[in-house]
Unconditional design. Structure first.
Length: 191
């Protein structure tokens, strides 16, 4: 790797932090208010709250993952920057897709697009992980933290299972599997 093309990560991390903060803010602003100030009114919005929870946890997990990884990345290059920009583009669709699923929880189309967003995030993280390990040679922390099996492949397989169940007539399974993969990822990251 040509040392002249490498740069530090500070600006990328700051940009990523700002994007995640904006997405989380938009997520909460898009939550509908109950029609009545009653428990029944709140319960009527349970699907909206569920999709908000899943989407919030995705954003929080991605922020934590990014923070933990980039604390140990010495240098990046333009490919890593563009992979992060692509990742932020896909993440920026989360608020839109959250509302789409909240309004259409039993729609295979809405659930599939929501799940596809998660799959795209997973694929981008896979490519980025491989490349980060390559340009930050001899970094044992990165090799362990970017363990492809635990961080990328198992969530990908779980999401595929969710898609299969969704296509078999239970579209909400895709959102449920998204939640399971996020909870699994959070538990894995706090070990």
């Amino acid at each position: 790797m040509d040392a002249e093309n490498l740069m530090d990560t500070n600006r990328l991390e700051a940009f990523y932090d700002a994007i995640i903060a904006i997405i989380v803010t938009v997520l909460v602003l898009e939550l509908p208010q109950p029609e009545t100030a009653t428990v029944a009114g709140i319960l009527a919005l349970k699907v909206s709250y569920f999709t908000y929870l899943v989407s919030f946890l995705v954003c929080a997990n991605l922020w934590q993952y990014h923070h933990l990884i980039y604390a140990h990345v010495q240098k990046i290059d333009s490919k890593i920057i563009w992979l992060n920009i692509l990742l932020m583009f896909v993440i920026s669709l989360i608020p839109y897709l959250t509302i789409f699923v909240a309004n259409n929880p039993n729609s295979l189309l809405s659930e599939s697009l929501y799940g596809l967003n998660f799959l795209l995030i997973d694929v981008i993280l896979f490519v980025m992980s491989k490349y980060l390990i390559r340009i930050n040679e001899n970094n044992d922390y990165l090799v362990d933290a970017l363990n492809l099996k635990n961080a990328i492949i198992i969530p990908f397989i779980l999401l595929i299972v969710g898609f299969i169940i969704g296509f078999l007539g239970h579209p909400i399974a895709i959102s449920i599997v998204c939640l399971i993969t996020i909870l699994r990822s959070i538990l894995y990251s706090v070990k």
